[in-house]
Write a protein that binds this ligand. Structure first.
Ligand SMILES: [Mg+2]
Length: 370
């Protein structure tokens, strides 16, 4: 079997209400589909996170990676990964090149599943058929009342864990937000907060002391992803466990977080961190240090599925993130959306490979030529 073509499809959907968070705001939802075609008529579906730079990532795929994978046997996934990595070594290792590689790697696993008649999580050695998710939302566009309504709505839908954004408002206003949400959701729901790298180390420590009484399950990305020492200091100082990883890349980036004991929970996302192959290695490294993984997932039903397959094949997956904001790439991208049960668990797609079929109408509606 040979790879005969690599196709990238960019989809973008404007948002009526921007998603406001600590480091900026999203005015559209965007995804990059990666389709790997083979000479036996099978096509693997993958996806890359667009990272606010879809042109850059598409160029890496079209002008860099494509030539490097054409003619390869798609089942030599590990070999193709190393080839892509070495080919992009001087401009890659983090960011756009690894994100682009991630999409290809996911598509290769999809091909492997389709050729061997198995869903990916079983190819990886299954652990569970459904994975606990948390309802991810709580952005800054709503005032306190709207925030409370949104978060308690997730609880009414059956979620036992929710996540809200932090780090944009001033110190006291942010504390007020957490207080409001804790009161709205009650004492029995897990509450996660995400500062999107907005704080300094002293601010993070100071604010988390004040938040201790609100029983936060974990704090995500308090400071810059490049301040691993800062993470380690916060992690050793505050009672609430730290989580990070959406801005870490490959086994090497996660190794650094683990070695510094910078966090307790690692958040690899298969569409950024190097694909399913690399996520699996990160889960294994975390396991060797008695650490949990809670994959980040934001962009679409494809990234959700990729992360679910990895999470369902591991004993140390605590959650997969479930974006609950308005997102047609989660609700309308597949002919059969991913099923979330009444307790906030996502069922792993059972069909071959990723187990997904694209809804071509949605693809056509949001497709943009670049
Ligand atoms: Mg985050």
């Amino acid at each position: 079997v040979k790879i005969v073509d690599l196709e990238t499809v960019y989809l973008s959907c404007p948002l009526e209400e921007p998603l406001v968070y600590a480091r900026g705001e999203a005015r559209s939802r965007d995804i990059i589909l990666v389709l790997v075609h083979t000479d036996v008529g099978l096509t693997g579906i993958g996806e890359c996170h667009p990272a606010d730079a879809p042109l850059v990532i598409t160029a890496v795929l079209e002008k860099g990676i494509k030539a490097c994978i054409l003619g390869e046997d798609p089942l030599f996934i590990e070999r193709i990964w190393e080839k892509m990595y070495n080919n992009s070594l001087e401009y890659g290792r983090k960011g756009a090149a690894i994100i682009a590689m991630s999409g290809v790697d996911i598509a290769l696993w999809d091909i492997l599943g389709k050729m061997t008649n198995l869903p990916i999580y079983k190819l990886l050695g299954a652990y569970q058929e459904k994975v606990r998710t948390y309802a991810s939302g709580g952005y800054y566009h709503s005032k306190l009342e709207g925030l409370a309504e949104e978060m308690s709505g997730y609880v009414r839908e059956g979620f036992s864990a929710v996540k809200m954004k932090m780090g944009k408002a001033d110190f006291r206003a942010d504390i007020e937000r957490v207080k409001t949400v804790r009161e709205a959701i009650g004492d029995n729901i897990d509450l996660i907060i995400d500062a999107n790298s907005a704080w300094s180390v002293p601010t993070a420590i100071r604010i988390m002391k004040k938040l201790e009484k609100y029983d936060v399950l974990f704090l995500e990305e308090p400071v810059s992803p490049d301040d691993i020492e800062g993470y380690a200091k916060i992690n050793a100082t505050i009672a609430v466990p730290l989580a990070a990883g959406e801005n870490a890349f490959t086994r090497y980036g996660f190794r650094d977080l683990i070695q510094a004991r910078a966090v307790e929970i690692l958040m690899p996302d298969a569409t950024w961190c190097g694909g399913i192959s690399e996520s699996k290695k990160i889960f294994a490294m975390a396991g060797a240090h008695n650490m949990l993984c809670a994959p980040h997932s934001f962009d679409s039903a494809i990234s959700l599925a990729a992360n679910l397959h990895v999470g369902a094949s591991a004993s140390n997956c605590s959650f997969v993130e479930l974006d609950r904001t308005w997102n047609p790439f989660i609700s309308d991208l597949l002919t059969e959306p991913i099923y979330i049960d009444g307790e906030g668990y996502a069922r792993v797609p059972q069909k071959l490979g990723l187990g997904l079929e694209l809804n071509e109408e949605t693809v056509d509606k949001y497709r943009i030529e670049i």
